[in-house]
Ligand binder design. Structure first.
Ligand code: M6R
Length: 610
């Protein structure tokens, strides 16, 4: 997820671009850059880090002027955050400047082909291939060249392109990644999202997949990629700036919950090869041979990432036939763990900066373990320390309470378990295909799951009155309960505990009394009947039961007070969907209590002290 802005008009472009980027920084902030067309040149300035760094660079090396330009604020997916990986990217001759949001899946093959014909690359990004392809394809008309280029791209992209060969024009295309066009008087705009445009215009077109906008000061033409004109309706935006930044949601947390289908699609993009029943991890140096030599796998992490690790360990053990366990990072490092060169230690982290996880990783390295990161922030400390890393591609997560980072960690953990299982010969072709099909369906099923949000609101609001809450489940469903209880603790400040349902009668059952709210998760066909017995046990003591059940399983007995269905998916993948209602229940309970949802008391997004 990156922020894009473009301008063609009569005013100076640079201040408008910088203002737009400032309003889009919530979409990414690891580097920023602009390109302005000025007197037959493309003036490009880029800087790693926050937007202020770019502003400083511009103060030292100003752009003299120009009424057409493009800008970008980056959230890295390919290539660490740095000056050279910042957008815009240019071709060898500096004629074309490109900004991009998304992932070009076939960039490596395109890059090899271009290098064979003499193109020299300066960055590690997937985006740079587009600038070089434009140089190769341009024949006097930018829109035509862009059409020929996008026909060669696979993946997701929102692109905005400027060239000094046609200085009055920018061209924008959309495939999967969002892009809107803003219409002004003698000036027109393009951006990834509405906040960038609010001070200038409230009349927008939303570009759809497969559409292209040819943007000049006095007109905008929208076509499909074959050049066929498309009649677009206007939308008049009524949001204020704050609401626009949150996509119309009252909090970033709710926005991020609803971004999960897209985040999952991004996490899986280019990594599923159903033809070969294989998982493809570009750039992973852990070879199938290395995987075969492993004798144990540890997942180390904190908080929500630890819960993803619990699921990862269960899946790895089942699918890859290797002992696997999850460890709380702050415990792992102080207990002299028995790890050696046959151990894979996987650090799971959204921020990539959590000091406990980083220290655990260093303790594992000292003992000779092989390291791997499952990380969201590209170029973060954990990603750099591990060397080998699989990025979750969730995009920036602003709310302190983790949501989309968690579900993308679960998806990547499932991919890793399949990868290891195939490499070690413990996962057959048929089962691998079933899992890959399930993974491919996840974004759509996540959308269906979230469609129930409205119905969950009163249920969450009713929980706002609770003093104590209990979450029950078995196996992967217990993991979901663990994450559910953390969510409601951290944002609604309600005391909550999760137990493996079978443990109930060994103690916690004593806590259940008349009216005690109990959230039960049951999505595993082989454990469903057992969990149903535990529901009877708490009901008999007067509990009020909210149950999350996979739609093809029975309703756990008529006494369940509120039944939430999730779509049918492979049992190993249900945690991705089952947690979503629990995120929403926590959110609505916190909202009813008037809590500061995005910034809960006493907590920070990234914990960099022990
Ligand atoms: O950035 P990390 O994933 O390493 O952070 C780990 C935890 O601090 C984090 O998951 C925390 O528990 C969240 N606030 C939970 O919502």
């Amino acid at each position: 997820m990156c922020g894009i802005v473009g301008y063609a008009g009569r005013r100076q472009a640079l201040p408008i671009l910088l203002d737009g980027l400032r309003r889009l920084e919530y979409r990414g902030y690891d580097s920023a850059g602009v390109a302005v067309l000025n007197n037959g040149t493309v003036e490009v300035r880029r800087a790693a880090g926050r937007l202020e760094n770019l502003v400083e660079r511009l103060a030292q090396d100003p752009i003299p002027g120009g009424q057409v330009g493009i800008g970008h604020t980056r959230w890295a997916t390919h290539g660490r955050p740095s000056d050279v990986n910042a957008h815009p990217h240019c071709d060898c001759s500096g004629q074309f400047a490109v900004v991009h949001n998304g992932i070009i899946e076939n960039h490596a093959a395109l890059r090899r082909r271009l290098e064979d014909t003499g193109h020299r690359f300066t960055s590690e990004t997937d985006t740079e291939v587009i600038a070089h392809l434009l140089e190769a394809e341009y024949d006097g008309d930018l829109a035509e060249a862009v059409r020929r280029v996008v026909a060669q791209l696979e993946g997701a992209f929102a692109l905005v392109i400027a060239t000094r060969r046609e200085p009055g024009r920018i061209v924008a295309v959309r495939q999967e990644s969002p892009l809107i066009v803003g219409l002004g008087r003698d000036e027109n705009f393009v951006a990834s999202d509405i906040p960038a445009l609010l001070p200038y215009t409230r009349r927008i077109h939303v570009l759809e997949n497969g559409e292209m906008a040819d943007i000049r000061a006095d007109r905008v033409t929208v076509t499909d990629w074959n050049g066929k004109p498309v009649q677009k309706a206007f939308i008049d935006v009524t949001w204020d700036a704050d609401a626009a930044e949150k996509g119309g949601y009252p909090h970033f947390m709710l926005k991020e919950i609803h971004e999960q289908p897209q985040a999952l699609a991004d996490a899986l993009r280019g990594r599923l090869d159903p033809d070969g029943a294989r998982v493809v991890f570009e750039d992973l140096s852990l070879t199938p041979e290395d995987a075969r030599r492993l004798r144990q796998v540890y997942f180390v992490a904190c908080g929500t990432a630890y819960h993803a690790s619990l699921a990862a360990a269960l899946l790895t053990e089942r699918l890859a036939g290797v002992p696997a366990r999850a460890e709380i990072a702050s415990e792992f490092r102080y207990r002299d763990p028995l790890v050696d060169e046959h151990t894979l230690v996987v650090a799971v982290s959204q921020s990539g900066e959590t000091i406990d996880t980083l220290s655990a990783l260093r303790a594992a390295r000292e003992r000779g373990a092989r390291l791997l990161g499952i990380v969201n922030v590209v170029g973060s400390s954990i990603a750099r320390d591990c060397g080998d890393v699989i990025y979750t591609r969730a995009g920036p997560e602003i709310s302190v309470a983790s949501t989309k980072a968690y579900t993308t960690q679960l998806a990547v953990a499932a991919l890793l378990a399949v990868y290891l299982g195939r490499a070690r010969g413990t996962l057959g072709d048929h089962q691998a295909r079933e899992l890959l099909a399930g993974l491919r369906d996840l974004p759509e099923l996540a959308r269906e799951t979230l469609d129930q949000a409205g119905e969950l609101r009163p249920v969450g609001e009713a929980l706002a009155q609770a003093r104590d809450l209990y979450y029950l489940g078995r196996g992967l469903d217990w993991v979901t309960g663990m994450e559910g209880q953390l969510k409601i603790k951290e944002i609604a400040y309600i005391h909550a505990e999760a137990y493996p349902a079978g443990e109930l009668k060994h103690g916690p059952l004593a806590l259940i009394e008349d009216g005690s709210p109990v959230v039960v998760v049951s999505t595993q066909p082989d454990l469903h009947r057992k969990t149903a017995s535990n529901v009877q046990e708490v009901k008999a003591r007067g509990a009020r039961v909210i149950a999350v059940v996979r739609e093809d399983l029975d309703d756990l007995g008529a006494e369940v007070d509120h039944l939430i269905r999730i779509p049918r998916v492979h049992p190993f993948l249900t945690p991705v969907l089952a947690v979503m209602p629990l995120q929403l229940l926590a959110y609505y309970a916190a909202a009813a209590r008037g809590a500061d949802i995005d910034k809960p008391r006493n907590l920070a997004k990234s914990v960099t002290v022990e």
